[in-house]
Design a protein around this ligand. Structure first.
Ligand code: SF4
Length: 196
């Protein structure tokens, strides 16, 4: 089936890195796929407002990066930096990659380097400055391409870490335990048939 994902939503990078199969269900079986279409009609930073050194809600889109997304909060008077707010008490590589994607969108819009952003954790009320490295940039490009290549008829594998499934909202579509059980049953049946 032909791929028609032209623009990837930044938040989808985080979902993909959590589990590609989860993003598959969100995109093709949920409402998230609409985002790509809705994005077409929006103008850049349509809802921008400013208070002191803070900007809120800057919508950005880059056809060059195949990315779009809304940065909820930006800090800085002369140098703007995105602030990505997270629930919980810790952050992971996927959160850093999401932040890096916002930095790349911002630098594409401003036409100047954005080498740092912040992750703020509601759980601890702490803020972490994250330097955006070549590793982050490469990862963003790689994941954007992987998402653009996703198609309805190609379901990604189950995630390796079953703990992720316990917290996954698409588990009712994915049915990891049930599918693995059926696969085991099928394998047993094939072995029995071979031995008959
Ligand atoms: S239930 Fe597990 S394997 Fe399935 S989409 Fe969610 S995280 Fe991925």
């Amino acid at each position: 089936m032909e791929n028609n994902i032209l623009l990837v939503n930044v938040s989808d990078l985080n979902q993909y890195l959590y589990c590609p199969r989860r993003l598959y269900y969100l995109m093709f079986y949920h409402t998230q796929g609409l985002n790509f279409v809705l994005a077409e009609g929006r103008s850049k930073h349509a809802h921008q407002s400013r208070r002191g050194q803070w900007y809120r809600e800057m919508y950005l889109r880059s056809d060059k990066l195949h990315l779009h997304g809304k940065i909820d909060l930006l800090e800085g008077r002369t140098k703007l930096m995105p602030v990505e707010r997270k629930h919980g008490t810790s952050f992971f590589d996927n959160d850093e990659v999401q932040l890096a994607a916002y930095c790349m969108l911002l630098e594409d819009y401003l036409d100047e380097p954005v080498r740092m952003g912040y992750l703020y954790l509601f759980g601890t009320n702490e803020r972490y400055a994250i330097n955006i490295t070549d590793w982050h940039r490469e990862k963003v490009l790689q994941v954007v391409q992987a998402i653009r290549n996703m198609t309805l008829d190609n379901i990604p594998e189950f995630v390796d870490n079953p703990k992720k499934c316990e917290k996954c909202s698409t588990v009712q579509y994915c049915l990891p335990e049930e599918t693995k059980m059926l696969e085991r049953e099928d394998a047993k049946k094939v072995r029995r048939e071979r031995n008959e």
